[in-house]
Design a binder for this molecule. Structure first.
Ligand code: SF4
Ligand code: SF4
Length: 502
């Protein structure tokens, strides 16, 4: 496949089959190795897929810009922002979920879920992510809308650019770039609000009291949004993004893709010529070669040339062609979400079939269900307290002047609840031992009461001394235990008591 194929009148399927037979791309002498960038002026279009794209654009941008201002009451000891990445306190808040640094595996699980969901979308409906949900698509679509509002639709814009530039041209371009920069600036501004209390940070930003890093990130994201969505547009999809290449390897013959039904459209000719040909019982396709499908395409693709890496599967060419077919009184969906297999079926006079339920879609859905289920279960049943131990490394043990052996440990007690909690901490497994909690009053039973603040951890030093007269083994397994006095919830962790030879 090439990135930018010219319209060809031979069936795409024949080309793909031929390419498969020669084990690579068919030689195409008339296509240069380097294609200079063409300015793309996508024409506005109305229809079902355009409406879906507007809806997705409004919903996703509204979520992105407004989510930092949504509040979530977690009580007096926690932030009230629903979604917050709290780097100073090393927490990630997502509504009722709070992720600690040691629970980063939930994020790994989320990434796995996102990847498999992308595979599933691809197996069902090709690059539906690229066409509707990808941030590059959403922001570029918004920038196109601004461009059309200021500089006019395709025809008007092209004419104005081709003519000698006047003060009006400069003014319009200035307004467009100003509006683009405003959107880009808001985009960067919204991003930093996910990392601090949004209303407070807005006030600080407005009064120049925000930390430098916030201004720096706003600057970086303003620049990247303005450049990627305003200037690079389809170049990102064609050359920078790896997903088109990956999805080309993942797709199969049953995945629905935006497809020109050449079995119905070819041979293309004007409506008048088609009438004449049909009157003479000659074949005439439904495509009138009006190029509307190309003019509305945000990546400048002619879908009639067959499968194309540049096609982001946005469906706008379907809307454009449907409008032409409706005007001509012909059946719509000359371009549609379909498969090349179905085209072959129709050519052979067989009924089209759609196979959404197949091995790979079931497998992807199964993986999503399992990973999602495991994550939900572990989230719902995860402990709200924890204990970890680090044994002193140098030295591993100390022999005291009276012959006793001593090991030192640092324990960390975790309290994930949003209230103070009292824990009894104890050590089991070393007979005849004396357990000292450094800095805390000694207790005869070797146990200690430790209070940990809400949503905090507390570090405690413990030394364990073995006064037994018999030589201890090189290593003895011991158990550190934690009991919440109020709820009785427990946590424990094993470590070792080392002696000579250990
Ligand atoms: S060819 Fe059609 S579906 Fe593909 S990107 Fe262009 S308009 Fe969208
Ligand atoms: S919009 Fe439809 S009729 Fe017009 S060129 Fe494209 S496929 Fe042919």
């Amino acid at each position: 496949m090439t990135l930018d194929q010219p319209a060809v009148d031979r069936p795409a399927l024949a080309r793909l089959v031929a390419e498969a037979e020669v084990g690579g791309e068919m030689p195409d002498d008339d296509v240069p190795l380097y294609a200079p960038r063409r300015n793309i002026y996508p024409q506005s279009v109305h229809g079902r897929f355009r409406n879906i794209k507007w809806t997705v654009l409004v919903v996703t941008l509204a979520i992105y810009y407004l989510l930092p201002f949504v509040r979530w009451n977690r009580g007096p000891n926690a932030p009230s922002q629903a979604v917050l990445i709290d780097f100073p306190n090393r927490r990630f808040y997502f509504f009722f979920i709070e992720i600690w640094p040691q629970e980063v595996y939930y994020l790994t699980g989320l990434l796995i879920l996102a990847a498999i969901l992308l595979f599933l979308m691809n197996a069902m409906a090709g690059r539906v992510w690229c066409g509707y949900l990808c941030p590059q698509t959403v922001w570029t679509d918004l920038f196109f809308a601004i461009e059309r509002a200021v500089e006019g639709d395709r025809r008007e814009h092209m004419l104005r650019d081709a003519r000698k530039w006047t003060a009006d041209t400069y003014l319009r371009k200035g307004i467009k770039h100003f509006l683009w920069l405003m959107v880009a600036w808001w985009t960067g501004g919204a991003w930093v609000l996910y990392f601090a209390d949004a209303p407070t940070l807005v006030k600080e930003l407005a009064t120049g009291q925000a930390p430098f890093i916030a201004y720096a990130w706003i600057g970086i994201l303003t620049f990247t949004t303005y450049t990627l969505a305003g200037h690079m547009r389809e170049q990102v999809c064609l050359y920078m993004c790896p997903w088109p290449r990956i999805q080309a390897a993942l797709t199969d013959e049953y995945a629905l893709n935006v497809t020109y039904r050449y079995d119905r459209g070819e041979p293309r000719c004007s409506a008048k010529k088609a009438e004449q040909l049909r009157a003479q019982k000659q074949p005439a396709g439904d495509c009138v070669d009006c190029l509307q499908c190309v003019h509305v395409c945000p990546t400048g693709v002619d879908i009639r040339g067959g499968a194309n890496l540049g096609c982001i599967q946005c469906g706008l060419c379907i809307d454009a062609c449907d409008a032409i077919m409706t005007k001509l009184g012909r059946a719509t969906r000359l371009i549609a979400y379909d498969t090349d297999l179905n085209i072959k079926q129709r050519i052979e006079g067989k009924p089209a079939f759609y196979k959404l339920l197949r091995m790979r879609t079931v497998l992807y859905a199964g993986i999503i269900a399992i990973v999602g289920g495991v994550m939900l279960y572990t989230l719902a049943t995860r402990d709200t307290e924890g204990i970890s131990v680090i044994h002193d490394r140098n030295p591993m043990y100390v022999r005291l002047s009276d012959g006793a052996l001593r090991n030192g440990y640092t324990i960390r007690i975790v309290n994930k609840r949003l209230k103070y909690r009292d824990f009894i901490v104890g050590v089991d497994g070393v007979p005849s031992s004396l357990i000292d909690f450094v800095g805390l009053p000694p207790r005869a039973d070797g146990r200690q009461l430790v209070t940990v603040g809400p949503d905090q951890t507390k570090e405690v030093r413990i030394v364990v001394t073995d006064y037994s007269t018999t030589p201890p083994p090189p290593s003895t397994s011991i158990l550190f235990k934690l009991i919440d006095i109020d709820s009785g919830e427990t946590a424990e962790v094993r470590d070792h008591f080392f002696g000579p030879g250990g």
